[in-house]
Design a protein around this ligand. Structure first.
Ligand code: SF4
Length: 704
C-alpha cells in the first residue's frame, strides 16, 4: 500500500520461532505497513518477506467474523450469537462428559497461541474438565527436542542465545534448512562467516543440498534417518583422537561410560556406510567439531520429526557434553522452534503430559502445586498423560474421543496420514473449530465455528527460540464479533459453571496468574509482567525478580536441573527409518517448508509476491530417478504412498540424493484438490516424544 503511515507500533512476528520484533505502520487505524523493529534484541530490525505482506491478508473475505453452527455436516452453516453457540457447545460437552467421561473430549491447540491463550485453555481442560487431552501442533515440531533436553540436561529450554552466533567459530547445522525456515537467524550466521571466513567453519548435515548448504564449508548429504550413526561416529572419532574434555565429563556429567561403550559400535567406516557418505567426510566433520573453540549446533525438523527423534537429540547433546561445548558463550545445542510461541506453550503446559511451569501431570507434587493455585481439589487433575496429537485423532477415528475442539490450527492439512484425520473429524460427534479464517481444510468438518482474533488484534506474550518474551499489543480491533482465544475459553468456562475461576479483566491478569506458577521452576519468569515488558522491552527467562535483568544463557554455573546437578549422557542406537523403500515404493519422500510460505498458507498463500518462487506444489527428484520413471522437469507427477496419492510438478535436480525426493507440505487439499503431501506421509512416531516421522516415508512416482 502507498498510504502514508501516521503511527508506528511495536509488535512481534506471528510466523516462525526466530521471533523477530516488528514495527507496524498504521494509517487512520488500519495496518498498512510492516517492517523490522531495530530495537528488538533478537533481530535488530532484520525481517524476512513473510510479515511484510501481512497487511493485505488481515481483512480478506474469508475472515471468520461471527459464530456459526449447523446440526449436521452437509448442511449450510447459520450465523448465531456467541451466547447461542457457547450455550450449545457447553450443553453438548456436558452430555458427552456425563455419558463417556472427560477423556472423550479432546482439544488441539497451536504454537500460534499467545501464552495467555495456552495457559487458559490448559487450565480449563486439565483443571476443570478433568482430562489431559490437550495437545498442540507443537507436538509435530519440538516434542523430540523437549524430551532430549529433559533427559540430558534435566529441563526443557535451549541453553543458548542468538548472541552466541557472534562468539562461535563452528556452526553445526543438522536437519535444518535455516536459510528458508529461520531466515533472519541464517543471515546472522552468513554474516559471521563472511566476517571471518577462514576461522569460522559451517557444517550442514542434510540429505538435500538446500540454500543453507550454500555457505557450508562441509555439506554432509547423509541418508534420511542416519543422524544417530553420524553423531555416534563423530564421537567415536573424537574419543579415538583424544579430543573430548575429560575434566568437563568428570565434573559436570554422569553416565559417560555408557555412551563411550555405545559409540564403539560406530567406527568411521561403519558409521559412514550407514550414512551413505565417505568416511573421510565424517572424520573431517568430527575433527572440525573437536578442534573448534566454540561450537554452536542448530537443528529443527530433520532431527525432531523422526521415529528416532529423541535418540537423535540425545546423540547431539552427547557430543556437546563430551567436548565441553556447552554452558559458555558461543557453545551449545540450540533447537530452533518452528512457531512463534511454541516455547511459551511448553512453559504454559501446552502438551498432554505437561502442567504449567514445566511440570508433569504424572508428578503428584506438581499436581498438588497447580491444583492449589487453581483452587481445585487435587483429584480433579488426572495423573494420566492425555492423548498426544496423533493419538487424539486416532482415538476420535476409533470412536473413543467424541468431541474435538480445534483452535488456531489446520490439522486436516498439516497432520500426517490425512485419511485418518478425515476419519477422526467425520466420526466425532462434535467438532468445534476456533479460527480466524473459514473455510479451511479443517473447518469444513465443523459443527460449530467460533471466530478468533488474530495478529495484531489481540494482546499477549510470546516466547521465541532464545527464551525471549515479547509483549504484543492489540493494535486493531478484530473484525465482526471475533474474540481473542483466551476470552472464548473464559466465556465457555462461565457457561459451564466455572465463572469464579475464569473471571479476568485483561490478558495481563491471565499472564500474572500464569507467571506465579513459574516461580522457582527452570522457566522462572516471576519477575515479568505485561507492564514490565511494555516498559523495558523483551526479556529472556530465567527472570525471577522484578529487578532481574533476564538471562541470555542457561547453566553458566555448570549446574544442571537434574537432581544431582550433573548433565546426563544418554546412549543412542541407530535405527533405520520406519518405512523402508522397497520394490513397490522405491523412493524416500522428505517433506518440508519453503522460505515464503507459512504452514498451510492461510495467510501467505493469498499473497502473489510470496507465491512467485513456488506457485504450486512441486516434487524435487534426482535426474537418475527422473530418467528411470520417465519424469520430465516442469511436468506433472503423481506421487503414491501406502496411504494416498498427491500431485505435483516435477523439479529435476541433483540437490536431492538419488533414491530420495522432496515435497513442501504447505498445500492442503483445499489448495491442491488432487492430493497433498500429507496424504502420503506416515503417522509412525518416536516412542518417547510421540512426534511423527514427517521427514521420511516410502513412495513411488509416475508421470501424468
Ligand atoms: Fe518472522 Fe521468522 Fe521471518 Fe523473523 S525470520 S520475520 S520471525 S518469519
Amino acid at each position: 500500500t502507498r498510504q502514508p503511515v501516521d503511527r508506528w507500533v511495536k509488535s512481534y512476528c506471528p510466523y516462525c520461532g526466530v521471533g523477530c520484533g516488528l514495527l507496524v505502520g498504521l494509517h487512520q487505524g488500519r495496518v498498512v505497513k510492516v517492517k523490522g523493529d531495530p530495537d528488538h534484541p533478537s533481530n535488530q530490525g532484520d525481517i524476512c518477506a513473510k510479515p511484510v505482506y501481512l497487511p493485505p491478508v488481515l481483512q480478506t473475505p474469508d475472515r471468520l467474523c461471527h459464530p456459526q453452527m449447523r446440526a449436521h455436516r452437509g448442511e449450510e452453516f447459520r450465523r448465531v450469537s456467541w451466547d447461542t453457540a457457547l450455550e450449545h457447545v457447553a450443553r453438548r460437552l456436558e452430555q458427552i462428559l456425563a455419558e463417556h467421561g472427560p477423556d472423550a473430549i479432546g482439544f488441539y491447540g497451536s504454537g500460534q497461541f499467545t501464552t495467555e491463550d495456552y495457559y487458559l485453555a490448559n487450565k480449563f481442560v486439565k483443571g476443570f474438565l478433568g482430562t489431559n487431552n490437550f495437545d498442540a501442533n507443537s507436538r509435530l515440531c519440538m516434542a523430540s527436542a523437549v524430551a532430549g533436553y529433559v533427559r540430558g540436561l534435566g529441563a526443557d529450554g535451549p541453553p543458548t542465545c542468538y548472541e552466541d552466533i557472534q562468539h562461535a567459530d563452528c556452526f553445526f547445522l543438522i536437519g535444518t534448512n535455516m536459510a528458508d525456515c529461520h531466515p533472519v537467524l541464517y543471515q546472522k550466521i552468513r554474516r559471521r562467516k563472511a566476517e571471518d571466513p577462514d576461522r569460522v567453519r559451517v557444517m550442514v548435515v542434510d540429505p538435500r543440498r538446500t540454500r543453507t548448504a550454500s555457505i557450508a564449508d562441509l555439506h554432509l548429504p547423509i541418508r534420511p534417518g542416519s543422524d544417530v550413526a553420524l553423531l555416534n561416529g563423530m564421537l567415536h572419532v573424537l574419543l579415538e583422537a583424544g579430543r573430548v574434555d575429560p575434566d568437563f565429563i568428570a565434573r559436570y556429567t554422569r553416565d559417560f561410560h555408557q555412551v563411550a561403550a555405545a559409540v564403539q559400535a560406530y567406527p568411521p567406516d561403519r558409521a559412514a556406510a550407514l550414512c551413505g557418505i565417505e568416511p573421510e567426510l565424517l572424520v573431517e566433520a568430527a575433527m572440525a567439531f573437536g578442534q573448534a573453540q566454540a561450537v554452536l549446533s542448530f537443528w529443527s525438523m530433520g532431527m525432531n520429526q523422526s521415529t528416532q527423534g529423541v535418540a537423535k537429540n540425545s546423540a547431539l547433546l552427547n557430543l556437546h557434553l563430551a567436548t565441553g561445548q556447552i554452558a559458555r558463550p558461543g557453545a551449545g545445542p540450540f533447537s530452533l522452534t518452528g512457531q512463534p510461541n511454541a516455547m511459551g506453550g511448553r512453559e504454559a503446559g501446552g502438551l498432554a503430559h505437561l502442567l504449567p511451569g514445566y511440570r508433569q501431570v504424572t508428578d503428584p507434587q506438581h499436581r498438588a502445586e497447580v491444583a492449589a493455585h487453581w483452587g481445585i481439589p487435587v483429584e480433579r487433575l488426572s495423573p494420566r498423560p492425555g492423548y498426544s496429537a496423533l493419538e487424539l485423532f486416532e482415538a476420535a477415528a476409533a470412536g473413543k474421543v467424541k468431541a474435538l475442539w480445534i483452535m488456531c490450527s489446520n490439522p486436516a492439512a498439516s497432520m500426517p496420514n490425512l485419511a485418518q484425520v478425515d476419519e477422526a473429524l467425520r466420526r466425532a460427534e462434535l467438532v468445534v473449530v476456533q479460527d480466524a479464517y473459514h473455510p479451511t481444510d479443517t473447518s469444513r468438518y465443523a459443527h460449530v465455528l467460533l471466530p478468533a482474533a488474530q495478529w495484531p488484534e489481540k494482546e499477549g506474550v510470546m516466547t521465541n527460540s532464545e527464551r525471549r518474551l515479547t509483549y504484543l499489543p492489540a493494535i486493531t480491533p478484530p473484525p465482526g464479533e471475533a474474540l481473542p482465544d483466551w476470552q472464548i475459553i473464559a466465556r465457555l468456562a462461565h457457561k459451564m459453571g466455572f465463572a469464579q475461576s475464569f473471571t479476568y479483566a485483561s490478558a495481563a491478569e491471565v499472564f500474572a496468574e500464569f507467571v506465579a506458577l513459574t516461580r522457582g521452576r527452570p522457566c522462572d519468569y516471576a519477575g515479568v509482567s505485561h507492564e514490565r515488558l511494555q516498559r523495558e522491552g523483551p526479556l529472556q527467562w530465567p527472570c525471577p525478580a522484578a529487578d532481574h535483568p533476564g538471562s541470555p544463557r542457561l547453566y553458566t554455573g555448570r549446574v544442571f536441573p537434574t537432581g544431582d546437578g550433573r548433565a546426563c549422557f544418554q546412549p543412542a542406537v541407530h535405527q533405520e527409518i520406519h518405512e523402508q523403500p522397497d520394490d513397490e515404493y522405491p523412493l524416500v519422500l522428505n517433506t518440508g517448508r519453503l522460505k515464503d510460505q507459512w504452514h498451510t498458507m492461510t495467510r501467505t498463500g493469498k499473497v502473489p509476491q510470496l507465491l512467485k518462487e513456488a506457485p504450486e506444489p512441486f516434487l524435487e527428484i534426482h535426474p537418475t530417478d527422473a530418467a528411470r520413471w520417465q519424469l520430465q522437469d516442469g511436468r506433472p507427477v503423481a506421487i503414491i504412498s501406502r496411504r494416498g496419492r498427491a500431485v505435483a510438478v516435477a523439479r529435476v535436480t541433483d540437490d536431492v540424493r538419488p533414491g530420495t525426493c522432496f515435497m513442501p507440505f504447505h498445500w492442503g487439499r483445499l489448495l491442491s484438490p488432487h492430493g497433498a503431501a500429507n496424504d502420503l506421509t506416515s503417522a509412525a512416531r518416536d516412542p518417547i516424544s510421540r512426534q511423527p516421522e514427517l521427514k521420511a516415508c516410502a513412495v513411488r512416482v509416475q508421470p501424468m
